[in-house]
Design a protein around this ligand. Structure first.
Ligand SMILES: Cc1cc2nc3c(=O)[nH]c(=O)nc-3n(C[C@H](O)[C@H](O)[C@H](O)COP(=O)(O)OP(=O)(O)OC[C@H]3O[C@@H](n4cnc5c(N)ncnc54)[C@H](O)[C@@H]3O)c2cc1C
Length: 694
């Protein structure tokens, strides 16, 4: 067989056409779709019961979730429209119910949110209907008296995700999909951008094509930014005295949803349940329900629908949503020609199962790539920041955790490849891209200065040893021929080093603007005709040398208008950084700690936020005292460092310059490589997470 137009010459037993890693809703749905098209399919899954797909609430709620118009909304709507036919087909194949129920979703609004929600949903008016207090109580009697109205989404609905998973499993089995639960894939073995097998807990398995559908655990096998977002849930039983089912629609409240489960199959009248969810916690794979989590859910649920307080509790459980930084799934091709990705569906994976299965099967089996897939390609996380500057349609950039930027393509090293099969990938070659500031590219990510050296010779040697390509020069010190600055023009080779004039010594915006203009002339005199860079420093405070944020912003705005590439030195203030970016600065340069203090990275948390949100390079400036601190700043995801005092003041400045250069590079590479998550506990080899406690 030929897949993706490529013939594989594998001297091994090819067990199937397609091997799918992960047996949650994605793995099973894709397996069935491929099988129906004629492929032989194997599914390997570590633990069927740990799947998020079993823990979910099963809401099909693109509109109640207020997903804004975007490719994601289109994906969700297409998927929702597939649901009736998809579940009918599954029920036919499996003989089992799926619990699909197009019951609509009510989103009640409390007094305190009145006025906000109607406007917020203004553009959804075609698909949602506003109900006032009386009307909403007709749709759903028994709501809290705090509810003043709400939105009705008639096209949203739900599926009983546990019933759906049973049906998927049975349908896959009956079609002849080779389903293996209890098998862990430990590594994806690749050679020359092809997967040549997967190493599993029971030996090596091979196929012609592979699909990664391992949900929240995807990052264990590939360096893609998928992380677990824990959700705790519970359910109550509908008491027997209620002959009719009290809830007829999903209630989608603020931070709470209440999902009635109609009988599906084995569930008798006595087992009618109402599902209540869910927390959203960034606690890694920490298992178990917690009193705080359950208390929060119960409080919110009882407030919304008070009679729940009398219902017997049925079950508590938890699961791990596969979250990505932009909350969008990762779908489609990978750097390996025969590996397809279907993961990161975060909080909408049940909804997105039918469309994911159809698009992925089209891609693998028919080599047909729906244009919608382009929006969900893994490479969006590895593009150069300047190309990838638009915020996610779902989420403000401020809530994005930091992800590798600067252009790496994930090397796709398997986590435990067999030594014979492992192909070493040159990390530098495969994942790095140079630093680009205002359209100018630099290979070195370390910038240095010319101040504080004991001799001109030490300065020259240090700059050479640092390998830096940008050197900042205090315009005022050159003007006044301050010690160490005489003969600077001749001391360095300005054809190789880019001068970054700085406005050190300026206490006001006006002064800084004047000095910036002089700096531009100075660069011209050195032969750098096109050098419009300026490191903007406005520092009225002479004790701590902390910059004036207002003066800096004011000067930056004016200098940008005059055509300068402005690199402002700032305190590590994320809001200011964003404002400076908005006015057109070329970088931001937050301080690690006060200038020359050598105190190291005191502002790590805020610098992390700046990095997370920046669409321009972030250069950590000032305060770094040691190479380990330099590495730490780069590991945070900084694009570059500016280090002067720690080099110039060292006993052996040239040696320190070299050490700083190595540390900058090591920290950057470590950032690209992706550190392991910090865990509160040891990580057991057999996961206990996701099991259902009753
Ligand atoms: C509390 C909660 C509520 C939710 N509510 C909704 C909702 O209302 N509507 C909605 O649409 N979505 C909801 N979701 C999201 C949805 O459940 C997920 O997006 C979806 O289930 C992801 O499916 P999946 O197949 O990618 O991953 P999973 O269902 O997690 O399956 C992944 C499988 O891969 C296996 N695996 C992992 N690593 C390996 C390995 N190395 N080798 C072999 N197998 C491996 C795991 O054991 C697991 O069985 C909710 C999720 C949670 C946690």
């Amino acid at each position: 067989m030929e897949l993706d137009g490529i013939k594989y010459k594998l001297a091994m037993n090819v067990s199937s056409d397609v091997l799918i890693i992960g047996g949650g809703v994605m793995g099973l749905a894709i397996a069935i779709e491929l099988k129906l098209r004629g492929a032989s399919v194997t599914v390997l899954s570590r633990d069927f019961h740990a799947a998020a797909s079993l823990a979910a609430a099963g809401m099909l709620a693109p509109q109640a979730e207020e997903i804004p118009p975007s490719p994601m909304l289109e994906l969700c709507l297409r998927s929702r429209s597939l649901y009736p036919e998809w579940t009918r087909k599954l029920e036919e194949l499996s003989g089992e119910p799926t619990g699909y129920w197009p019951c609509g979703i009510l989103a009640p609004v409390y007094e305190e949110a009145r006025g906000k929600r109607p406007e917020a949903r203004g553009n959804q008016e075609e698909v949602a209907q506003w109900l006032d207090r009386d009307a909403i109580n007709l749709y759903q009697p028994g709501l809290s008296s705090d509810v003043v109205g709400g939105w009705w989404y008639p096209e949203d609905g739900q599926v009983d995700n546990r019933a759906l998973l049973r049906a998927l499993w049975t349908a896959a089995e009956s079609l002849g999909v080779d389903l293996r639960d209890g098998v862990t894939v430990e590594g994806i073995v690749q050679q020359q951008r092809q997967v040549i097998g997967v190493q599993t807990s029971v030996g090596v398995s091979r196929a012609e094509h592979y699909v990664l559908a391992t949900g929240a655990w995807s990052n264990e096998l590939l360096p893609i930014p998928v992380s677990p977002r824990k959700g705790q849930m519970l359910s109550v039983r509908v008491p027997n005295f209620n002959n009719s089912f009290p809830l007829q629609r999903v209630l989608f409240g603020s931070d709470i949803y209440i999902v009635p489960r109609r009988d599906s199959g084995s569930e008798t009248l006595r087992e009618r349940r109402i599902v209540i969810g869910a927390t959203s916690e960034e606690v890694g794979f920490t298992p178990h329900n917690t009193p705080a989590g359950i208390q929060a859910l119960l409080q919110r649920a009882i407030r919304l629908y008070p009679q729940l307080q009398h219902y017997p509790i049925h079950e508590f459980w938890w699961g791990f949503r596969p979250a990505t930084p932009d909350e969008l799934p990762i779908l489609g091709s990978s750097p390996c020609k025969n590996l397809t990705l279907a993961t990161g569906h975060y909080r909408n994976g049940i909804l997105l199962a039918p469309i994911t299965a159809a698009l992925i099967a089209d891609l693998i089996w028919e080599q047909k790539s729906d244009s919608l897939l382009d929006h969900f390609h893994y490479s969006r996380f590895y593009r150069n920041k300047s190309q990838n500057n638009s915020p996610s349609p779902l989420l403000p950039r401020s809530s994005l955790p930091s992800i590798p930027k600067g252009g790496p393509e994930p090397p796709l090293l398997s986590s435990h490849p067999s030594p014979k099969m492992q192909t070493l990938v040159s990390l530098e070659q495969s994942i790095d891209r140079p630093l680009t500031i205002a359209g100018k590219t630099f290979q070195s990510r370390l910038m240095t200065g010319t101040g504080k050296y004991r001799t001109m010779e030490e300065m020259q040697q240090s700059i050479t040893a640092s390998g830096c390509q940008i050197v900042t020069v205090a315009v005022r010190r050159v003007q006044t021929n301050a010690p160490g600055h005489e003969g600077l023009a001749e001391a360095l080779d300005w054809t190789k080093i880019w001068m970054l004039p700085n406005t050190a010594g300026c206490q006001t915006a006006d002064e800084a603007i004047r000095v910036a203009r002089l700096g531009r002339e100075m660069a011209k005199l050195l032969g750098q005709e096109d050098n419009n860079f300026v490191k903007l420093e406005v520092i009225p405070d002479l004790k701590y040398l902390l910059p004036d944020p207002i003066g800096t912003l004011e000067a930056a705005e004016k200098l940008v208008k005059e055509g300068f590439a402005v690199l402002p030195y700032i305190n590590a203030d994320p809001i200011l950084a964003k404002r400076l970016e908005d006015v057109g600065c070329a970088t931001v340069m937050p301080l690690a700690s006060p200038i020359g203090s050598g105190q190291g990275l005191k502002n790590a948390a805020n610098i992390g936020i700046i990095i997370e949100n920046a669409g321009i390079p972030v250069v950590v400036d000032a305060g770094i005292g040691t190479p380990s601190e330099a590495a730490q700043a780069m590991e945070l995801g900084a694009d570059a460092l500016l280090i002067n005092s720690a080099i110039a003041g060292a006993k052996n400045p040239a040696a320190m310059a070299r050490a700083m250069s190595l540390a900058t590079e090591a920290g950057h590479l470590a950032y690209l490589a992706g550190r392991i998550p910090v865990k509160a506990y040891a990580s057991a080899s057999s996961p206990l997470s996701g099991t259902i406690s009753s």
